[in-house]
Structure formats: structure tokens, C-alpha cells
Design a protein around this ligand. Structure first.
Ligand SMILES: Cc1cc2nc3c(=O)[nH]c(=O)nc-3n(C[C@H](O)[C@H](O)[C@H](O)COP(=O)(O)OP(=O)(O)OC[C@H]3O[C@@H](n4cnc5c(N)ncnc54)[C@H](O)[C@@H]3O)c2cc1C
Length: 409
């Protein structure tokens, strides 16, 4: 079992002499130390995306204004927007592995409005805000928003171009706002924007322990970094640090991509318009057509009791491999065009599901100088970037946090 140290058990490892520190907590475990060594999680498979941003190694200063923990869409977008609003603030993104190593570099790339729980009071226009932020930050991620099809087993639209067999007939039932991005380009573009605006980006910098002093002390390998404010953008991992153990469920979800399909094959599938799709009833399925005509299909959840189990998931073995094989069988059965189709990518990644499927966007219960943003329940592509702008404003004291983001304790 992993060892969780609470309350001062390794104060000295932090170099922290102040025994009056209000709080100390850590998650030093053998599994985590191993996690930080495993490059890019090859056992989680290879998605079709490429992250081409290389963070230049720079020494971290002793003290900074804002430390952002996690280098996915959320952390990178907050860093970029914060520096854009307040170039005088020192901001660092601390990423345990490589940028995009969590969900962001492995996402499906469907950009959808609202949240997994639908619209929420005061949420605003997620897709419009997402588009504005990408434009302002000059992020080119092949964003296309032609609409997304909802598909289902009943109430089909009479002129549905999609006619698939999947536990009955699967057809289009509605169209909603949205579209797709290339997640690799989104990670790279946000990282470039953060870097261009002067944020420090430190890969291979897992935060292992935190002391809620003022400033907050963060233990990164070999040293302690002090930060006046902190943002937790750690999603399904490090749940002790973000204080989400027991309050949000980490899961692992899966996807595959076919070989590039010919134009006539896409036409036969009803995908000539390259619209992304997801089912509104069960069994769940989502997908999209890539610019090179590969088709991505996603479904399936691996349940874990503890987030550390995510690290040992291997998509070529056990339950994840069974779920991927079943997804491939299912895709081949959808339409004669797909009967013998080859799959060239199989992968998965973590998601975090909070209560009522609402994102967590709250002050840290045990560290008043810290915010937590995440738990998008598999619906975080546009939402993470959109809420990142809000989080940057909140860190600067320019905006209140939304009531719906509070931890329901
Ligand atoms: C297979 C898959 C398909 C998906 N498809 C879609 C989709 O089509 N549409 C959609 O809207 N959403 C989708 N999602 C969800 C979406 O990708 C996520 O909601 C989004 O990427 C979350 O971004 P994030 O930055 O909050 O978290 P992440 O990208 O997971 O980033 C968290 C980062 O924190 C780092 N970290 C953790 N602990 C520490 C620590 N102690 N110190 C330093 N760093 C740490 C991790 O290494 C990681 O890089 C999908 C997810 C998966 C896995």
C-alpha cells in the first residue's frame, strides 16, 4: 500500500524550520517517485497527437508570485492568461513529467460547450470564450466548430446520414454547438503562449509536499519553492495535494484511431462533413474524423480505487486491453465499411469525475492561498481553457469564484 504522510512527519526534508506552519501534507510514495521517472507513460498507449513544444530548462527562483501545479490545458492556459494580465507577476508551471502527460495530451479533442453537468449559473459562453482565448493567445490548434452530432437509438432525425448498427440502429438525433481541436497542438500552443508571455515552465518537477505557510512552500526535487499563491491543476493525480481524495473519482478512459479512410468510406459512414459525434444513450461512444482521415472512436472506463493505480495501467494488458479489443470489435460491427478496418492508435488517459459531474473550481480547503481547478468529468477541452481565464482573474483578485465550483462537503 502507498504510504501517505500527514502532519509534519518529514518537515526537515522540506528544509522547513518553522514548526508553526499551519499545515503540512505530502504524498511521497514509491509509486509516485516511479511515476515521475516513467517518460510520457508509454503504457498508456500512443495517441495520434504530437506535442512539439520543448520547455527550455531554467532554474526556478527561490520565491515566485504564483505556482501552477500541472502542465495540462488548465495549468498552461492559466499561466499564459495570468502573465498576459499581470506581466509583473512571476509565474511557474510545475509539471511532474512532460507537458500534456496527463489527460490533455491524450484527449479526444471534442470541443463542447457548457460542462458535463450542462449549463451552470453564471458559466457564460464556453465555446465563444474558448475561441476568443485561443485567438488572443495566438494558439493554432486546428480548431473547427461546425457542430457536433448527438447520436442515439431512438428519436432519430429522418435525414440522418449516419446509419450504424450498435445494439440496434444508431442514428443522428440532434446537433449541438462544438467541434474539434488537435489536443497536441493545443498543449503546444498554450505552452508557447505561456512561455512567450514570460511564464517559467518546469517539466520533470513533481510537487511532492506542500506547507501552507505564507508564502506556501512547495517541495520539488532537491529544493523548496516558495509561492504567494498556488493553483492546483493536477486533475486525476496527486489527489492528496488537491484534497480531493474521496470527493472526486479518478478513472481511466480509452480510445482508438483507424487507418486513414478513403473519401468514399467516410461518405458511406455518414462522416463526409467531418462532424464529431457522441451517443446520448448507452452504450456510450464518441468519435471524430482527423484531418488525415483517421477516425477516432472512444468508449470504456477502467475503475481504480486509488489514483496511484492509474500509473500501473497498461493498455496492452488486463482490463484496459479487453476494453480496447471490445471497442475495436464494436467499431468493426458498426458498418460494412469498417468490417476489416485496421487500427493504428490505441491509448487511454485519466479523467476525474466530481460530485454531480460539476467541475471543481474552489479555494483549497486547507490552504487559503491556493485554488483548485479541474474534474471536468471527461468534458475539459474547451472548458479547461475557458475556466483558466476565470482562474487567472480570480488569482489577481479581479473575479469571484463560482458557487457551483465549491467542494460539496
Ligand atoms: C482518452 C480521453 C479522451 C478525452 N476526450 C475528451 C473530449 O473529446 N472532449 C473533452 O472535452 N474532454 C475530453 N477528455 C477530457 C480532457 O482531456 C480533460 O478534461 C483535460 O485534458 C484536463 O486537463 P487538465 O489540464 O485539467 O488535466 P491534465 O491534462 O490531466 O493535467 C494534469 C497534469 O498535472 C500533472 N501533475 C499531477 N500531479 C502533479 C504534481 N504533484 N506535481 C506536478 N505535476 C503534477 C500531471 O502530470 C498532468 O500533466 C478526454 C480525456 C481522455 C483521457
Amino acid at each position: 500500500m502507498p504510504r501517505i504522510h500527514e502532519s509534519g512527519t518529514s518537515y526537515d526534508s522540506l528544509g522547513c524550520k518553522d514548526r508553526r506552519a499551519q499545515l503540512f501534507w505530502s504524498y511521497l510514495t514509491d509509486e509516485v517517485l516511479c511515476l515521475t521517472r516513467s517518460e510520457d507513460k508509454p503504457r498508456w498507449g500512443q495517441p495520434p497527437w504530437r506535442i512539439d513544444f520543448e520547455a527550455e530548462a531554467r532554474p526556478l527562483p527561490e520565491e515566485i508570485d504564483v505556482a501552477i501545479i500541472g502542465g495540462g490545458f488548465t495549468g498552461l492556459a492559466v499561466a499564459a492568461w495570468l502573465r498576459r494580465l499581470a506581466p509583473e507577476k512571476t509565474v511557474a508551471v510545475l509539471e511532474a513529467q512532460r507537458l500534456g502527460a496527463g489527460a490533455s495530451g491524450r484527449s479526444g479533442g471534442l470541443a463542447l460547450g457548457d460542462t458535463a453537468a450542462g449549463d451552470l449559473p453564471g458559466l457564460g459562453d464556453v465555446l465563444g470564450g474558448f475561441t476568443d482565448i485561443l485567438r488572443e493567445l495566438e494558439v493554432d490548434c486546428d480548431q473547427r466548430l461546425p457542430g457536433v452530432w448527438e447520436v442515439g437509438h431512438s428519436n432519430a432525425s429522418p435525414d440522418s446520414p449516419i446509419e450504424w448498427r450498435d445494439s440496434g440502429a444508431l442514428r443522428i438525433v440532434a446537433e449541438v454547438p462544438g467541434g474539434t481541436v488537435d489536443p497536441g497542438k493545443l498543449v503546444s500552443g498554450l505552452a508557447r503562449a505561456a512561455h512567450r508571455h514570460g511564464a517559467i515552465i518546469a517539466e520533470h518537477s513533481p510537487v511532492r509536499e506542500i506547507t501552507s505557510n505564507d508564502p506556501v512552500e512547495l517541495a520539488v526535487p532537491g529544493r523548496v519553492l516558495r509561492a504567494r499563491q498556488v493553483l492546483f491543476a493536477t486533475n486525476a493525480q496527486s489527489l492528496e495535494l488537491s484534497d480531493l481524495v474521496g470527493w472526486a473519482q479518478p478513472k481511466f478512459t480509452l480510445a482508438v484511431a483507424t487507418r486513414p479512410l478513403r473519401e468514399d468510406e467516410l461518405e458511406a459512414l455518414g462522416l463526409r462533413d467531418r462532424k464529431a459525434f457522441y451517443t446520448v444513450d448507452l452504450p456510450y461512444l464518441w468519435g471524430c474524423v482527423l484531418p488525415d482521415h483517421k477516425v477516432v472512436w472512444g468508449s470504456g472506463l477502467v475503475h481504480v480505487a486509488d489514483w496511484r493505480e492509474l500509473d500501473s495501467i497498461d493498455v496492452s494488458a488486463g482490463r484496459p486491453a479487453e476494453l480496447l479489443a471490445s471497442l475495436e470489435r464494436r467499431v468493426r460491427g458498426l458498418h460494412p465499411v469498417l468490417r476489416d478496418v485496421k487500427f493504428c492508435h490505441r491509448w487511454g488517459g485519466p479523467i476525474l469525475i466530481a460530485e454531480s459531474w460539476q467541475p471543481v473550481f474552489a479555494r483549497h480547503p486547507r490552504c487559503p492561498q491556493a485554488l483548485i481547478l479541474g474534474a471536468y468529468s471527461g468534458h475539459g477541452v474547451a472548458l479547461s481553457v475557458y475556466l483558466a481565464r476565470w482562474a487567472a482573474e480570480a488569482l489577481l483578485g479581479q473575479r469571484e469564484l463560482p458557487d457551483w465550483g465549491k467542494l460539496q462537503r
